[in-house]
Design a protein around this ligand. Structure first.
Ligand SMILES: Nc1ncnc2c1ncn2[C@@H]1O[C@H](COP(=O)(O)OP(=O)(O)OP(=O)(O)O)[C@@H](O)[C@H]1O
Ligand SMILES: [Mg+2]
Length: 514
């Protein structure tokens, strides 16, 4: 008896709910017609949509931040995010929790919706809703899976689009492509060039394995002192690369180019990278190789870089044991060449104690770096320039710098007279000066880096002008010349002394023999 009463009451409540839902749907559709939806939308948007969905099913499309396997941030997700930034600004009244990020321009902010917020959008008369949400990582995240690690252990973020069945064709065929197109426009408009760096440790931010600051380096090719012909050659090379999409596709090469910048400290290698990035309007990814634990992590870093970027590894000779052997634990290093074995050791559950101890020390090998530059994965995406810098090109493994890997070798050398004239123009505003001849003949005899020349040409006080700065430079050059002569004499003296000592020894020997 009791059972049938409770069954009856549940049937009743079911009918009531259905009736309510039908009523609400009718009301809602009418409200849309009466253009009052905007008012109600602001307050009841989500509840209305959910209630109406009981009888008039909504379709949904989910855009995940990471494609399958969490290898790479999805382009579609970024585009939807950018599109919704604009939609959010337009409908900011309806969204209660906004996220703000600095935008291009002094005081500007870009607004986007926070988690679990929803925003409505109208496209050719059809209303759709976007919901932003995230879910915690799966419990088994990062364990055993090839692309596990930090990415897998971060929250999983999504955008979900709700729309009415009757708008299916419109949304799928027209609206979604429209969102992606518009998203790209917004991305270009809001784009700020960034300087990325990889972090050691378990940090994981919006940009995945990379952290960034806005890139604002003042150096351009206009202010970079080097032989004008050489400079032009580099700029032409960069132009050809930038416009080379079809060429690279035609010859079947990945759209990337390697530059090796070598030369003594202070000759402008890092400065050249900044000038290149400014010239091409590319982002910079500065890889600190010693913070990369394994070859797999290195690959992951590469995959997470975006197009139109310069990937930099500075002082490659210091960051890597170039014999390809690891200094410690050779066997382990060999293991680290094998991605799958290796990933298990990536600080994920299941690592052995010994492996945990090893955590933190870099196990990147030469073969890992070679793979990074021109392995199969390097063809993911395109329009990337890879730059290595070194002070000791002769120490590098030939495999690392052969053409095809490092396509262009650029020697950054000590300051030539041409480069000096260039610096004098920039720093002092002079094209010619009676002290130039003296500088020219001294520069032929002594090596001075552009960094040192620039420092000497920098006015230090209110009274400094071209005369005093050039005189200061000449003084420094003469000092360097004297030191060089002294060193040479000292060297010669030592050599002579050593020779004499050898002779003495020989005499002694002769004496003994006798
Ligand atoms: N060719 C150049 N033209 C203009 N300025 C230069 C040039 N070379 C160096 N400088 C100046 O010297 C400073 C040091 O240069 P930079 O850091 O680029 O040298 P580097 O070759 O990267 O040295 P290191 O090998 O020690 O990293 C910079 O502040 C830069 O302004
Ligand atoms: Mg440098």
């Amino acid at each position: 008896m009791e059972a049938s009463a409770s069954a009856w009451s549940s049937v009743n409540s079911g009918i009531v709910l259905s009736l309510l839902a039908v009523l609400w749907t009718v009301l809602w559709n009418n409200l849309q017609g009466l253009q009052l939806q905007h008012f109600f939308g602001r307050h009841f948007n989500r509840h209305a949509r959910r209630l109406a969905a009981i009888v008039d099913p909504y379709l949904t499309v989910t855009v995940a931040e990471y494609d399958g396997g969490r290898m790479k941030r999805s382009d579609a997700y970024r585009e939807v995010q950018a599109y919704l930034q604009r939609a959010t600004c337009a409908a900011a009244g309806g969204v209660r929790h906004l996220k703000a990020e600095p935008a291009k321009g002094a005081d500007a902010l870009v607004l986007s919706m926070g988690d679990n917020e929803e925003v409505a959008d109208v496209f050719r008369g059809a209303t759709v809703w976007w919901l932003a949400y995230s879910t915690p990582p799966r419990e088994d995240a990062g364990a055993g899976f090839y692309w596990g690690g930090r990415a897998a252990r971060a929250d999983r973020r999504f955008y979900r689009l709700f729309f009415l069945e009757r708008d299916r064709d419109l949304v799928l065929a027209d609206y979604l492509p429209h969102v992606r197109r518009e998203g790209r426009v917004v991305m270009v408009k809001n784009r700020q060039r960034k300087l990325f760096t990889n972090l050691a440790g378990d940090h994981w931010d919006d940009e995945g394995v990379w952290s960034h600051v806005v890139f604002e380096h003042p150096k351009t090719f206009e202010t970079l002192a080097m032989d004008p012909a050489k400079k032009k050659e580099i700029m032409d090379d960069l132009d050809a690369f930038r416009k080379g999409k079809e060429y690279y596709a035609r010859v079947g090469k990945a759209w990337k180019r390697g530059y090796l910048l070598h030369g003594p400290p202070g000759t402008g290698k890092s400065t050249m990278i900044a000038a290149m990035a400014n010239y091409l309007d590319y982002d910079i990814y500065d890889i600190e190789l010693t913070s990369v634990r394994t070859n797999t992590d290195l690959r992951k870093l590469f995959i997470e870089t975006t197009n139109k970027s310069i990937i930099v590894i500075e002082d490659i000779d210091c960051s890597l044991d170039l014999t390809g052997k690891r200094k410690k634990k050779k066997k382990k290093a060999a293991d680290s060449d094998d991605g799958k074995n290796n990933d298990k050791k990536d600080g994920t559950p299941g690592s052995s104690d010994e492996e945990e101890k090893d955590k933190g020390s870099s196990k990147v090998t030469l073969s890992g770096v070679l793979n990074f530059i021109d392995g199969l994965w390097s063809a993911c995406g395109g329009e990337r320039i890879i730059v290595f810098t070194t002070n000791h090109v002769e120490k590098l493994d030939p495999a690392l710098i052969r053409r095809g890997r490092m396509d262009k070798h650029i020697e950054m050398s000590y300051c030539s007279f041409e480069a000096f004239k260039f610096l004098a123009k920039i720093y002092l505003g002079v094209d010619a000066h009676h002290l130039f001849d003296a500088v020219q003949s001294l520069l032929r005899e002594v090596d001075m880096t552009p960094a040192d020349v620039a420092e000497n040409l920098t006015p230090k006080g209110a009274g400094d002008d071209a005369d005093t700065c050039l005189a200061e430079l000449i003084r420094e050059l003469e000092k360097a010349k004297a030191e060089k002569a002294q060193a040479k004499a000292g060297g010669k003296g030592k050599a002579v002394a050593a020779e004499e000592e050898v002779d003495d020894d020989d005499d002694d020997d002769d004496g003994d023999d006798e």
